[in-house]
Ligand binder design. Structure first.
Ligand SMILES: [Zn+2]
Ligand SMILES: [Zn+2]
Length: 443
């Protein structure tokens, strides 16, 4: 089933799909009709965005945020199930026979203090690991939520032009790479339909109006690094009677970088960072243990496996050199790389290229991690793309030696709401329509 009914505004889009020669012109007109609808929806989206921004919530505590989204989706006619994977929600909209297309947003913010000075800046605090802390939407998940609601509004308004099921999910705890797993474990694809295609977007420090994407790998696999070197404590003046774990930790931090520089293929991405060392209390005491904490990033499983093997060998060798017992080593996987499906990207690419022109372009994979990969691993062919948040002039100035742009997770991260959300809604709506149409053709 494909675009059975073509409303006036999208007659051209329907013909685009059978007459690709006119693709650019037709998508441009469809884009314009989406933007006209966005313009009338924006005052409410703006209020929703600023409310969510001013009242952010940390991983698995996003109860008020989820309730706000649930109310929006119910008002649009979606069937909403709350508390999926603790604080997540699933909103389903059925519109005849056809494929199920998933659109995902995250719900969570970060435990840090916002320093943007914006009138709608967050001053809220929450309990995080037993301590009260400021909370800030400094990863821009509030932009994603506003774009998610805006896309749902647009697609419902255009329901004569597609057939199938919309599955809009709002996921908790992305920052802890735990929310996707929690939703899947709570029956996301058994209590609800398993989507034929999935989409998600993330904002970042580039010019608004830009949409970037990748075919294949888009983000890194993350493994934690936790090594406990066990020595034998004693007096700082008599090291011969001890086994010094600080020496082991220091040697490990230096030697482990040879795994990256000498064992891993230099043309492949891989990073090992030690971010914390915990050991000892005073200068004249040799402690009895040292804890080394870090992170390991890679794109490909074979590169990750090679690094894990090298790190294990290095840690054991360092302990053996000191005459210590074997260290405790933990390198659990946090999230896999997000891998975009070539067919899904191929379908969306044609429409998004026609809509955004040279503002839609590919970039190398990012080294950050993202638990959207869990849905891909569960068998949902997907496209994950990025949108920019800053004034293009400010971006150009930064490129010419001006003030640097605050990135995601900076206390100064401050998207310009309207053009950013508009790009999110337009790109996501077009991507979903491309997936409905292509799957309908295949039926
Ligand atoms: Zn983040
Ligand atoms: Zn994020």
């Amino acid at each position: 089933m494909r675009f059975v009914t073509c409303l006036l505004a999208s007659v051209a889009f329907c013909s685009l799909l059978s007459l690709p020669a006119y693709a650019e012109l037709d998508v441009a007109r469809l884009k314009q009709s989406i933007e006209t609808s966005f313009e009338s929806n924006y005052p409410k989206l703006d209020a929703l965005y600023k409310d969510i921004h001013a009242h952010p919530e940390i991983a698995f505590q996003e109860e008020k945020t989820a309730a706000k989204l649930a109310a929006e989706m119910r008002a649009l006619g979606f069937e909403v199930t709350e508390k999926v994977g603790k604080t997540g929600l699933v909103a389903i909209y059925k519109n005849g026979n056809g494929p199920t297309i998933m659109v995902r947003t995250e719900l969570d913010a970060l435990p840090m203090e916002e320093k943007t000075g914006l009138p709608y800046a967050s001053r809220d605090k929450q309990n995080y690991n037993g301590r009260e802390t400021f909370v800030d939407h400094s990863c821009g998940h509030d932009i994603h939520m506003a774009s998610w609601v805006g896309t749902a509004k647009t697609l419902v308004a255009m329901k004569g032009q597609w057939h199938g099921t919309l599955m809009f999910i709002a996921q908790p705890a992305e920052e802890e790479v735990a929310g996707a797993k929690a939703m899947l474990a709570d029956g996301l694809f058994t209590r609800f339909p398993k989507p034929d295609v999935g989409f998600a977007l993330h904002d970042g420090a580039m010019a608004y109006g830009n949409v970037t994407y990748r075919v294949g790998i888009g983000s890194s696999t993350v493994n934690g690094l936790l090594i406990k070197f066990r020595g034998r404590g004693g007096h700082g003046s008599a090291p011969q009677n001890t086994i010094d774990p600080v020496m082991m930790a220091a040697r490990f931090v230096v030697d482990v970088q040879s795994v990256v520089s000498r064992e891993k293929d230099p043309t492949e991405f891989g990073v090992v960072t030690v971010g914390a060392i915990h050991s000892g209390t005073a200068g004249n005491i040799i402690p009895d243990q040292a804890l080394v904490v870090g992170t390991i990033r890679s794109f490909k499983p074979q590169v990750r496996d090679k690094m894990l093997a090298g790190i294990t060998r290095t840690a054991k060798a360092v302990a053996a050199m000191a005459g210590a017992e074997e260290p405790e080593i933990n390198m659990d996987e946090g999230a896999k790389a997000v891998v975009n499906d070539p067919a899904v990207v191929g379908d969306a690419e044609k429409v998004l290229k026609a809509a955004f022109g040279d503002k839609f372009f590919t970039t190398p994979p990012g080294t950050a991690s993202e638990d959207y990969s869990e849905y891909v691993s569960a068998g949902v062919p997907s496209m994950f793309f990025n949108i920019g948040v800053y004034d293009p002039e400010r971006v150009a100035a930064a490129g010419n030696g001006g003030p640097p742009l605050p990135p995601n997770h900076s206390p100064q991260f401050a998207p310009v709401p309207k053009p950013t959300i508009q790009t999110g809604v337009t790109a996501m709506t077009l991507a979903v329509l491309s997936a409905f149409d292509q799957r309908a053709k295949g039926q």
